[in-house]
Design a protein around this ligand. Structure first.
Ligand SMILES: [Zn+2]
Length: 425
């Protein structure tokens, strides 16, 4: 692996040169001091003139390949939307179509400053392939729901085989076990998933407490809330990533905190699908849960720009609490950067010597970031992904001055995949 020097960029109040080698920040020197260059291998140079250095964003819950569904079916209730417009197509989606959709999703995320995403989807080999090729970090899991009784065992074997096959495929990609939700996966399969994740030391990624109907059904079938139910089955731990977590009792919140679960807020998806409750940020954070943020898929957002989700998250909390002090900018930015990093085993996102070289350059000349009293405030309340000039992940430049390798081909392939998929049914 060659080395990289990012020159003339502003980090905090210093103009610096950041030297990256072996995927790690090896040195940060004041601009003008000649940074040490590693012996052997080539050195790439990225001009950061006029740019501010910020941590790469962590999208803690998405379905990258769902970009192919973008704009197909909006303004519908969750179950009607899933049952009529999403699931029938997902059933016939090929791995190559997942790959094409995931490449488009990753392209969009990188353009918007994301250096890590946590993904749940079908034919996840396609998403893994896309992530490895495009140089972004990711945690990727194969979603499963329980269909016909005789299909359950073959599907479990398939997932175990997939984990065997993909484990260690890239130092940037980790794997997870992804039961879809408590209302689509049987008790027996949830137990199997929990044991599989624990045995292999993997993240368990699930949709949880997204709708009131989910809670009612769980209560009728199991006599408790979805959170308590998962805990009884042994599925809640600091390696659990629960998406949504909006319909929660105070006891649920306490349990999620006690287990140090990563609770991912998806404010745009929740508001668009009108799930009827608001992520209880203050309660979850006080209880000790790890508060993170995600876009959810492009079918329910409809874009993968985490800057927009951060702003909307902060506004939604303030509006809901009738308190402008709720979810301040620094805490919002932490939800999209530092908070979930440890749970995902990420060696960052602080921009310090010895940390992973995952960071973004923000174009400091953008009018919406001027006169720049506070970068944190600007990033949360003013920025969109358009302010990102360049993205460095694992010590490599994956977007250089707004350009990403193969962009036109990725766009054309995704359009073609979407056309083929929707022509099939
Ligand atoms: Zn989701």
């Amino acid at each position: 692996m060659g080395s990289l020097v990012v020159e003339n960029a502003v980090l905090g109040d210093r103009k610096v040169a950041i030297h990256c080698a072996g995927g790690v920040i090896a040195d940060i020197r004041d601009d003008g001091a000649d940074p040490a260059v590693a012996q052997g291998g080539s050195t790439d140079r990225l001009d950061g003139r006029g740019c501010l250095v910020a941590p790469g964003l962590i999208n803690a819950h998405t379905h990258a390949a769902m970009t192919v569904f973008r704009g197909r079916a909006d303004d519908l209730p969750l179950m009607e939307w899933l049952q009529r417009h999403i699931w029938p197509y997902e059933e016939v989606m090929t791995e190559d179509e997942v790959y094409a959709g995931a490449r488009l999703g990753i392209l969009e995320m990188v353009r918007n400053g994301t250096t890590f995403f946590n993904d749940m989807y079908w034919s996840s080999r396609g998403t893994v392939r896309a992530a490895v090729e495009m140089g972004i970090r990711a945690c990727i899991g194969e979603v499963f729901i329980d269909g016909a009784a005789d299909a359950i065992r073959p599907r479990r074997l398939e997932i175990e085989g997939l984990l065997d096959e993909l484990e260690g495929c890239s130092s940037r990609v980790s794997l997870s076990v992804d039961p879809h939700a408590v209302y689509t996966v049987s008790e027996d399969s949830l137990r199997w998933a929990g044991e599989l994740a624990a045995d292999r030391g993997l993240i368990l990624h699930i949709h949880l407490a997204e709708t009131e109907a989910e809670g009612r059904r769980c209560s009728a079938e199991h006599g408790c809330t979805p959170v308590v139910y998962l805990d009884r089955l042994g599925l809640l731990s600091e390696r659990t990533v629960a998406a949504h977590t909006v319909w929660l009792s105070d006891d649920d919140v306490a349990l999620l905190g006690e287990r140090r679960v990563v609770c991912v807020h998806n404010p745009v998806s929740n508001m668009k699908l009108a799930v009827g409750a608001v992520y209880p940020y203050r309660k979850l954070a006080s209880a000790g849960a790890v508060c993170a943020i995600g876009t959810d898929g492009a079918a329910s957002n409809n874009c993968l720009d985490l800057f927009r989700d951060m702003k909307i998250a902060a506004l939604l909390q303030k509006f809901d609490a009738n308190d402008p002090a709720e979810l301040p900018a620094a805490q919002t930015l932490a939800m999209g950067t530092t908070n979930p990093a440890r749970a995902f085993g990420l060696p960052g996102p602080e921009i310090e010597i010895g940390r992973a070289a995952d960071f973004i350059l923000i174009d400091g000349q953008r009018p919406e970031l001027s006169p720049s009293h506070s970068l944190t405030s600007d990033l949360v309340y003013s920025a969109s992904g358009d302010v990102v000039d360049s993205v460095v992940c694992d010590g490599r430049v994956i977007m250089r001055h707004r350009e990403i390798a193969g962009e036109q081909e990725i766009l054309a392939d995704a359009r073609q995949a979407a056309r083929a998929l929707f022509a099939r049914l």
